[in-house]
Design a protein around this ligand. Structure first.
Ligand SMILES: Nc1nc2c(ncn2[C@@H]2O[C@H](COP(=O)(O)OP(=O)(O)OP(=O)(O)O)[C@@H](O)[C@H]2O)c(=O)[nH]1
Length: 296
């Protein structure tokens, strides 16, 4: 064993001094506690390097500080304490600190009709920033839903009308039983509208005084506004109810963005948001996309 001290390269000065906006680590494996459950998260942690002469920051200090989140429930207070400790460990070097934490939020969802339930995961992210006394937290969530094209539905209805006219218009008296049985065939309902799995990507900024991270409430509000969230456990009765829900919930991407905008405006704990919806069209190979924002 040698008694030589370890070289500390980070403490050196640099010949071409430049302050840096952000320096840190990305993709750190981190177990966190959210809503009484331990979840496997990935974190990015960093600070500004405002001392233009300093060679580097002390990455190990940020890494070790993240340990705080292994046991403390994940909320705004815990994030604030973490960022305070990032800056406290970089006095004289850094004035700003940030952390990003990403994980899958699991929620149990009931079937539409049958007494079944299953799990859905929602990719979520938390971004917290501290600059002087300015602390803010942003949340991101990704929500899958089903959308049926209103234009395609109208065109399909027109084809069904034409098919009906061809089959029954020459008859002097239309027999309801014949119509009923004809409606149950693919000659009757001759066309179906296209629908697609769609995604809503919500970014929100929490207002001052917020402590809890309201992922569940926001996801519930968004799914309620969209009306046709993707399902978990599905029996035929559930699938039929889903077909009815979609038929009564026709929407362009613009409709989805507007509904979400209205829903998020009701959320008093938010100070701003950005919405992006993507309808992964089955009509063509590109997506239909709409975005909206408030105080973003
Ligand atoms: N600043 C910086 N450190 C890096 C980088 N890549 C790897 N590291 C390593 O991160 C390790 C931890 O750095 P420090 O936190 O300064 O470690 P330390 O000097 O033992 O810890 P302190 O005594 O608390 O300063 C060092 O071994 C660095 O070489 C990089 O790009 N920048």
């Amino acid at each position: 064993m040698t008694s030589l001290s370890l070289p500390d390269i980070a403490a050196q000065t640099v010949p071409h001094a430049t302050a840096l906006e952000w320096v840190g680590m990305c993709g750190i494996a981190l177990p966190v506690v959210f809503e009484q459950q331990r979840v496997s998260a990935v974190a990015d942690a960093g600070v500004s390097l405002d001392d233009a002469q300093a060679r580097g920051i002390h990455m190990s200090r940020l890494y070790l500080a993240l340990k705080q989140l292994e046991s403390a429930p994940l909320d705004c207070s815990a994030l604030r304490r973490l960022l305070d400790s990032f800056l406290a460990s970089h006095t004289g070097l850094s004035n700003r600190a940030s952390v990003r934490i990403a994980f899958n939020h699991l929620l149990k969802r009931s079937a539409l009709v049958s007494p079944l339930a299953g799990w859905k995961h929602y990719p979520v992210e938390i971004k917290a920033h501290l600059s002087g006394e300015m602390f803010h937290v942003e949340l991101f969530m990704d929500i899958a839903y089903s959308s049926t094209c209103p234009c395609s539905a109208a065109l399909a209805r027109q084809l069904i009308q034409e098919s009906f006219a061809k089959r029954f218009m020459d008859e002097s008296a239309v027999d309801p039983k014949a119509v009923l049985s004809w409606l149950g065939t693919t000659e009757g309902v001759v066309a179906t509208p296209h629908s697609q799995r769609s995604r809503a990507r919500l970014q929100v900024r929490l207002g001052e005084g917020a402590d809890a991270l309201p992922f569940t409430a926001l996801i519930d509000a968004a799914e309620q506004a969209l009306g046709t969230a993707v399902q978990t456990a599905v029996k035929r009765a559930d699938e039929q109810a889903f077909a009815l829900a979609n038929g009564q919930n026709l929407m362009f991407c613009e409709d989805a963005a507007r509904r979400l905008h209205q829903a998020l405006r009701q959320e008093e704990q938010l100070s701003g948001f950005h919405i992006r919806v993507e309808h992964a069209e089955s009509l063509h190979a590109h997506d239909a996309v709409a975005a909206s924002q408030w105080r973003w």
